[in-house]
Design a protein around this ligand. Structure first.
Ligand SMILES: NC(=O)c1ccc[n+]([C@@H]2O[C@H](COP(=O)([O-])OP(=O)(O)OC[C@H]3O[C@@H](n4cnc5c(N)ncnc54)[C@H](OP(=O)(O)O)[C@@H]3O)[C@@H](O)[C@H]2O)c1
Length: 262
């Protein structure tokens, strides 16, 4: 049996579901995929949706059938899961475990010859966004290139710093949710408010592309007319040190992402 070009996943949760969905909706969807049986509902659902996606009997069976194995379990269980598995020298391990360094993973996946870290985002399911990769690796870049942009890094410290960006998404949506609730408190229908906010912020997300050389503060100033309402909101938040608190929270996340040897 050829073991080439079969992609396995250990841990079939939200992120694996996004990656498999993205890969299977890309033009080149020929790679057979083998999933670990947990989560049961998600793995069965993916296997029933896509012809060349199968659920293995257990985690070891995924390794035995595949040459590339993506690790997508939560960090809390990763140690127990990995110590039970027998890796081969020719295995290529792609770790998606955000808070584990490449060294942490390599120590538990020996004698696997290649270990790559990758950080996709859930929007990869819709083939939007970018995946960080460390160190650069053509095969991993090809997998994730089908799901959006790939940013390959040869510096672990840079990978860790860039990873922090992915911790800010929930706060972003809380910001939009604050506006949404405020509008509803002021009598605007839920759906109408949601549509207006979503449309405006989608347009704003394109602003950096329309002014590629402008930094973000330059864009902020474009909107913050002196004495105007944008300046009023910006200054009200700055006066409460909201952005300083935000920057501090990034430091806290960075401490969790930092590689011990970086
Ligand atoms: N979600 C994201 O946006 C995101 C982004 C970047 C990186 N990551 C990383 O990706 C990893 C997975 O995140 P996630 O959001 O996909 O988490 P998740 O939805 O909780 O998925 C993890 C899956 O692992 C399964 N699992 C638990 N014990 C297992 C075992 N012994 N063997 C095999 N599978 C087992 C769980 O199954 P049960 O449901 O049956 O417990 C669960 O479905 C994490 O390390 C995280 O840091 C996530």
């Amino acid at each position: 049996m050829s073991m080439n070009m079969k992609l396995g996943f250990i841990g079939t949760g939200a992120l694996t579901s996004a990656i498999v969905t993205g890969l299977k909706s890309s033009a080149d969807d020929s790679v057979p995929i083998v999933l670990s049986p947990r989560n049961r509902e998600i793995s069965i659902e993916l296997a029933s949706r896509y012809q060349d996606v199968r659920v293995a009997l257990d985690n070891q069976a995924v390794l035995d059938e595949c040459d590339t194995v993506m690790l997508a379990v939560r960090p809390q269980v990763a140690h127990d899961v990995l110590t039970e598995l027998r890796f081969r020298r020719d295995h290529h391990v792609v770790s998606l475990i955000a808070t584990w360094s490449r060294e942490d993973v390599a120590a538990l996946t020996g004698p696997a010859g290649r270990v790559t870290k990758a950080l996709p985002i859930p929007m990869s399911a819709h083939r939007q966004g970018a995946t960080l990769i460390y160190p650069p690796d053509p095969r991993t870049a090809a997998w994730f290139g089908a799901l959006g942009k790939v940013i390959a890094l040869d510096d672990a410290a840079e990978f860790d710093a860039l990873s922090v960006v992915t911790a800010t998404f929930a706060a972003h949506f809380k910001y939009l949710d604050t506006i949404h609730h405020w509008l509803q408190d002021h009598g605007v229908a839920e759906a109408k408010a949601r549509d207006y906010i979503a449309t405006l912020f989608k347009a704003l997300a394109n602003a950096p592309d329309t002014a590629p050389n402008a930094d973000f503060m330059h864009l902020a100033k474009d909107y913050a007319t002196r004495g105007g309402t944008n300046e009023q909101v910006l200054h009200a938040l700055m006066a409460r040190n909201v952005f300083d608190a935000f920057a501090e929270s990034l430091d806290g996340v960075h401490r969790r992402f930092s590689s011990p040897n970086a």
